[in-house]
Design a protein around this ligand. Sequence first.
Ligand SMILES: Nc1ncnc2c1ncn2[C@@H]1O[C@H](COP(=O)(O)OP(=O)(O)OP(=O)(O)O)[C@@H](O)[C@H]1O
Ligand SMILES: [Mg+2]
Length: 276
Amino acid sequence: MSLAVVNPMPIPTGQQNAKSMVSIDAVTMSFGSYVAVQDVNLTVADGEFLAIVGPTGCGKSTILNAIAGLLKPASGTVSIDGTPVKGVQNDIGYLFQQDALLPWKTSIENVELGLMFRGVAAPERLERSMSWLAKVGLKGFEHRYPHQLSGGQRKRVQMAQALIAGPKVILMDEPFSALDIHTRHLMQNELLRLWQEERRAVVMITHDLEEAIALGDRVAILAAGPRSRVIESFPVDLERPRDVAEIKLDPRFMDLYRNIWASLRGEVEKSYERRD
Ligand SMILES: Nc1ncnc2c1ncn2[C@@H]1O[C@H](COP(=O)(O)OP(=O)(O)OP(=O)(O)O)[C@@H](O)[C@H]1O
Ligand SMILES: [Mg+2]
């Protein structure tokens, strides 16, 4: 009798092999007696693009702020590249939902800030900032002030500002939600192009499930709050490079959308019920 040798271990993919860049271990975040998120566990591999979706008020920004070191967990730990986060992190680029440019500084001065805080000398700062503004399609706009730019152009400046220092982790909190749909598609493709050049760990928060699937390697769903937690995590096995407008027409995209929405929908409904 011969015994078939069956390897019980799943074949690891590239993603599972990559080292973990962000680890969120049993993290609980509270504001006074209000427990916003409880016992959250998430890891993001180096070079992985994680999208987080969940109903409004469930604690998405709170989790991002814990990674950035802006908020301290009530319990549990957050680590970046194996080092526990204590205080504001230098190794991250944060793209905020709201306009975060200094209105009294020009595009180039705003982008330079990302390097100034890291002590890069003036001539190098200028050269790198010029080249990043060109990279995000803003050559010729270096000396404009934020109020002289469109919403999409301001986002481009912010993108350059967040990426210029080559952060280990990029955090994005609904960065494109204020843009019209065409500008949003342009910016999403732009982001994918830049990310593809030099893959970093990304944690992106969005309300928009289509955006999460179109951009992410994985989509994690958060439960309605209070005491929100990760309820499910879906791998997105759509090949790259992707065009965000086109990929939405792919039948596999639609299948993923249906599956993930089935899980997210209940949480969105719960969050509306709790508000009444
Ligand atoms: N500084 C604070 N003090 C008290 N409660 C807070 C504070 N910040 C957030 N909260 C509460 O914690 C919960 C989670 O907030 P958070 O901003 O993380 O939600 P969110 O998922 O990002 O929502 P949205 O999708 O609307 O941006 C909410 O109920 C919010 O009211
Ligand atoms: Mg938020």
